[in-house]
Every structure is written in C-alpha cells, then in structure tokens.
Design a protein around this ligand. Structure first.
Ligand code: ADP
Length: 639
C-alpha cells in the first residue's frame, strides 16, 4: 500500500516538473520568436509569477558570456551577466537533455532554480526560481488523501541534507524497510523521494486525485501554450497590419509623386505658354504704342489727341500687365534673370520716394521717409527688382489710403543678418479672412468695384520677386487702422568696406600722374554701390581715370566721345540692356576695338558664353575678384 501511495506522489511530482519544463520551453520560444525581450514573453512570464515562483528569466550566450536578455521578479536585470551558481547551472543546461536544477541557499533565502535550454547546444536558456523552505515541514491539507504520508524530497539521488527540497515532517526518514525509497527523473537529473506512513493506510481514492492533479498540470501547460500562441498571433496580426499599412502608404506616396510631377509639368507648360503669349502680344503692342507716339508728335485736333492719349494710356497699361505676367511665369520656370548684389538701400529709397511723390501729392498723402540710419544698410537684392517691389508697395499705400492719410517707410533689423523694410499706411486695413487672398494673382479683394485702378497682380509678383531674391514679403494689418507691408532681405557688407577689409595694408598710397598720361575707363553701371567700389579700387591705380555712366545710352555716347581704354559694363541697366550696349559698341567702327569687360551678378554659363561670343573681352561675376579686375586693367593699360 505504501509503495502504491508513494508511486502516486512520485507521478504527481514528475508531472509537476514536466509541466514546469514545458512552460519554460514555451516561454523560451516566445522570447526567441520576438528576437528580443518584449510583449509576449513578458506578459506570459508575469502571469506565472506567484508566491512561490519568484523569478523568471532568459539568458543567451554572447561573446562567451551568458547575458541576461529579459528578467522578471527576483532576477538579474536585462544586460547583466549571469554569474556564480546560476551561470554554472545555465552552462550545464546548454549541454543537458532537459531541465537542470540546483538548490541555492544563503542566510536569507533558499531557492530551487530550474533551468532549461531551448534545445541541446542552443544559445538560449530559460530559468525559474522558486522559494523552498525545507527547515519548515510543508503544511498538510486536512482533506488531502496524502495526509497519512510523510514525504522527503532530495534534489540528488542520495538523502543529502543540503539537497533537501521539501519535507512534510521534521522526523528523519532514514532509509529503512518501513520507508519507500525511489528515484525520480526530473529533467536531466535523478531526484530522491522517501515516503513513510504516518498511520495505517486506508483504501485509496488517491489515484483519482493524483490524476486530477496531473490533468490540471497538463491543463496549465496547455493554457500557457494557448496564451503564448494568442500573443504570437496578435503580434503576427500587428506585423501584417503594419506591413499592409506601409505598402498602402508607399502606394499613396508614389501616386502623390506622380500627381505632383504631372502638376509640375502642367504648371511648367502653363508658364511656358504664358511666356510665349506675352512675347507674341508685346510685338504688335509695340507697333500700336510706337505709332500712337508718332501720331502724338503731329498736328491733331483735340478730339484726336484725346483718342491718342487713350490709346497710349491703355497700351501702356496693357504693356505693364503683360510684363508682369511674363515676370511671374519666368519666376515659375526659373528663367527670370536676377542680378543679385549689394544694394545701398537708403539711396534706392530716396529714388523710389521721389518717383511716388507726385501721386502722393495728388491724393494729399503725407510721405514719411525713415530719417534714422536704420535704412542705411546694404541688402542682397536685384536693384531694379527691389525698386519695382517698393514702388508697388508704396503706390498701393497711396492708392488704398484715405485722402490726407500718411505713408511711412522704415527699416529695422529682424535678426543679425536680415533687414525688414516696412511700408505702413493709414488705409482701411484688410479683413483677416482676406489676407490669404492678397498675394493671389488677379485677386483685387473688391477693389475692382471701386475707382482705384489696378489688375491685382502687383503683390503676387512682388512676393515672387522677393522670394527669388531669397527674401520674404508679408503684411501686418488692422482693420480700420491701416496695413504694414514688409519685405525682409539678407544684409550684406558694404562693397567698399569689404574690399578694404580684404586688401587692408596691401596697397601703397597712390601718386597722381599728369592727366594726359592717364587711361580712361568707362564704367556703365546703375548701382551706386558698385560704382563706388570700382572708383575706390581704381583710385589705387593712379594712371587710371574713371568715367561713370548710369545708363546704357549715356554710356554709348561717352564711349564715342572719350574713346576709353576699357569699358566696364553691367548688364542690368535702367534704359537698355547691357548686351545691347555691347552690340552697339561692336557695330560702331569708332568703338569696335575698345575692350569691354562685363561685370554681372548673373553667372549662368550660357549667358557668359553668349556675351563672350558677342565680343566681350572678359566676363567677371559679382562679387568680382578684385585681383582679376586689376590684372585685366594692367594688361589693357600697358598695351
Ligand atoms: P492692384 O493694386 O493692382 O489691385 P495688388 O496685387 O497690388 O493689385 O493688390 C491686390 C489687392 O490687395 C488690391 O486690389 C487691394 O484690394 C489690396 N491691397 C493692396 N495693398 C493694399 C493696402 N495697402 N491697403 C489695403 N488694401 C490693399
């Protein structure tokens, strides 16, 4: 009877340990499937921790060490190395065919550690720590069918006191005929179980109980397997969902890119069409305006003169509109030539204010220029285009102002490197919901219904121009109080200062030769800052006399009159283009042999090549290399 009962207990224990082994295996697989610590493993392991199971972990061989990859409860932290008995046990598990175990005792704790390698010779082990206390006999459950048994379990094939895992009695169960002694196979090891009867044993209902417990053990293992699988499935689903979304996203991005490419192409052909149309319109319009001007010179009746004036006014208006449309489309195709250089702002503002003064006087608008030095700066811009923007902002500030109002221009540094030029009026202001429409071409925000003339393209073009110059144009406005349109541009060093800084201490004081020995250099340039720079530069060559011309036609006249040793030519001039000046110099026998050096901010290779083929001697891009220019001068003047 004792042997029968002991057999039942042994089966129970074996079932419990094999259920632990399968749980650990499943945990290990959950970890391996995640290729790292994470969701499935952690959630399952956490559900297994209880009063007796106090720690669970996974470790992997890495560079010869066993490194903890995940640990829950009383376990080393992820990233730690396993050391001591646990490391030894883990190494043993890596070689063993199943669970290995050890009793780890110290003053405070007494633990049974079970370790399982995922497969023999694998790199991963999973362990579980349970608290055991063999010094205190395990309590017997009153209704238990085993209450009449005393059991002692050793984690070794011998009854060694230091290997006692659990006991239900304080008595010594030394092997004797009245004690059942049997070895149990627990994983890769043999354990010893001693069983004795406390009192005469009755009939057994225990078999049923033991099978129930065995079944419960299996159920627990299956349950764990199900949990693991559910987590794994959820994870697979999540991964599949992410993949699906990623490929959907990739498809959307491709579609968007195709759509954008199509829109870009359409936009480009629109701009090209506009650009061609504008050219086509300009040719007949030139004829209309030209003949109208001829008529205007002749004898006309009052009625005829009025008609001619109307033709001229309408024609000029149309020409301006065509030019603006052409500019917008050129900016969009990137074909707008810009001559970006240091522009002396206060001089430009004086020019612009002079131009709008008559219009302001007509409407009794008080013009206020900035008298402080905040506008005495150099900004990086195309001089003509900046002038165009400011003219547009100022004339709007007059057109849309109240009669007798005021219009102020001021400047302030918006950062260490940028200057903000503000044009503030005392007009009606713009409703917040319409501010977004201000810069839309042909949008007049209801001004079309008033007497104020315009087509609604000025602000759109101005903003595009500002952007093409690396700047910004925007507005701050308060309904009923007025608007401040502002343009922000990069600040640059004054060219003369820059030149002096670069050449400090390198040039000796000039000695002036007699005037008849001096070579004349004609510099055709409308930007005063550049003119000053070159004048300053050529001042270091005492044998050179510089004659400035701020317009193309004047430059041609001066060339014929003075026959200079060299012409320095800017391409963006207020009246005619620099390329036309070059052409006329070459075509005229009186000037054809004068060397012409182009100084331009436009550095496109096509442009350089075109002008060199048209007869320019050299092409220097601004900001030009001072030494190169002096070198050219020296060559010309020593010939
Ligand atoms: P235009 O003056 O030819 O109509 P713009 O592009 O210069 O075209 O201006 C667009 C519209 O913005 C104008 O029609 C006007 O309604 C409004 N606007 C421009 N400047 C001001 C301003 N300073 N104050 C109030 N409204 C303005």
């Amino acid at each position: 009877m004792l042997a029968e009962r002991a057999g039942e207990v042994a089966a129970l224990l074996t079932s419990a340990t094999s259920s632990t082994a399968s749980t650990l295996r499943l945990l290990g697989e959950a970890y391996a499937a995640r290729q790292g610590a994470g969701g499935t493993f952690t959630a399952t392991a956490r559900s297994l921790l209880n009063a007796s199971v106090v720690g669970i972990g996974v470790a992997e061989i890495a560079g010869g060490d066993l490194v903890v990859r995940a640990g829950l409860g009383a376990s080393p932290a992820a990233g730690d190395r396993l050391a001591g008995q646990r490391a030894e046990l883990a190494r043993r598990a890596l070689r063993a065919p199943g669970l290995v175990s050890a009793l780890v005792q110290n003053a405070a704790t007494h633990r049974l550690t079970l370790v399982l390698a995922l497969a023999r010779q694998s790199r991963t082990v999973v362990w579980q720590d349970s608290t055991v206390d063999p010094s205190r006999p395990a309590a017997r459950t009153p209704g238990s069918p085993y209450r009449e048994l005393d059991v002692r379990l050793y984690r070794s094939p011998d009854a060694r006191p230091d290997q006692l895992v659990l006991t239900t009695t304080a008595a010594d169960l030394s092997p004797s005929p009245s004690v059942d002694r049997r070895t149990l196979t627990v994983g890769a090891e043999q354990w010893l179980m001693l069983t004795a009867a406390v009192r005469p044993l009755g009939g057994s209902s225990a078999a049923l109980v033991s099978w129930t417990i065995l079944a419960a053990g299996i159920a627990a293992a299956v349950l764990t397997a199900l949990i693991v699988e559910a987590f794994a499935r959820r994870q697979q689903y999540a991964v599949a969902l992410v993949q699906q979304r990623t490929s959907e996203l990739a498809r959307t991005v491709t579609e968007l890119e195709t759509a954008r490419a199509a829109a870009d192409a359409a936009n480009h052909s629109k701009s090209e069409f506009l650009s061609r149309m504008s050219h086509e319109l300009r040719t007949p319009l030139n004829a209309v305006l030209g003949f109208a001007q001829l008529l205007d010179l002749g004898e006309l009746t009052d009625e005829q003169r009025e008609a001619v004036n109307l033709i001229l006014k309408g024609g000029n208006h149309l020409l301006q509109l065509i030019n603006d449309v052409l500019d917008i489309s050129r900016i969009e195709t990137g074909d707008l030539p810009l001559s970006l250089e240091a522009v002396e702002l206060d001089l430009l503002l004086v020019d612009v204010l002079d131009l709008v003064r008559p219009l302001a006087a007509q409407r009794r608008i008080h013009l206020i220029g900035d008298r402080r030095s905040s506008c005495c700066e150099y900004v990086f811009a195309d001089r003509q285009r900046l002038k165009q923007i400011l003219l547009n902002l100022l004339s709007n500030g007059i057109k849309y102002n109240q009669e007798g109002g005021s219009l102020a221009v001021s400047c302030e540094r918006s950062s260490a490197t940028r200057l903000r030029i503000r044009v503030s009026d005392t007009g009606p202001g713009i409703p917040a919901e319409q501010v977004g429409l201000l810069f839309v071409p042909f949008e007049r925000l209801g001004a079309g219904r008033t007497e104020v003339e315009g087509v609604g393209i000025g602000l759109a073009l101005s903003r595009q121009l500002a952007r093409a110059m690396g700047g910004t144009l925007d507005v701050d406005t308060t309904l009923g109080q007025g608007s401040t349109f502002w343009i922000e541009l990069a600040l640059v060093e004054a060219p003369v200062e820059r030149y002096e800084r670069l050449t400090a201490g390198t040039t000796p004081a000039p000695i002036q030769p007699p005037p008849e020995d001096r070579h004349v250099v004609l510099y055709i340039e409308d930007n005063l800052a550049n003119l000053k720079l070159v004048q300053n530069l050529l001042g270091r060559r005492p044998n050179i006399k510089i004659i400035p011309a701020m317009q193309g036609r004047l430059g041609l006249e001066l060339a014929r009159e003075h026959h200079p040793a060299l012409v320095l030519l800017d391409l963006h001039l207020p009246d005619i283009g620099g390329d036309q000046v070059l052409q006329e110099l070459r075509d005229d026998p009186a000037t054809t042999s004068i060397p012409v050096v182009i100084l331009s901010a436009d550095a496109t290779p096509g442009q350089v090549q075109r002008l060199l083929s048209a007869g320019a001697t050299a092409y220097l891009t601004k900001p030009f290399d001072v030494r190169e220019l002096l070198g050219i001068l020296d060559t010309v003047t020593t010939q």
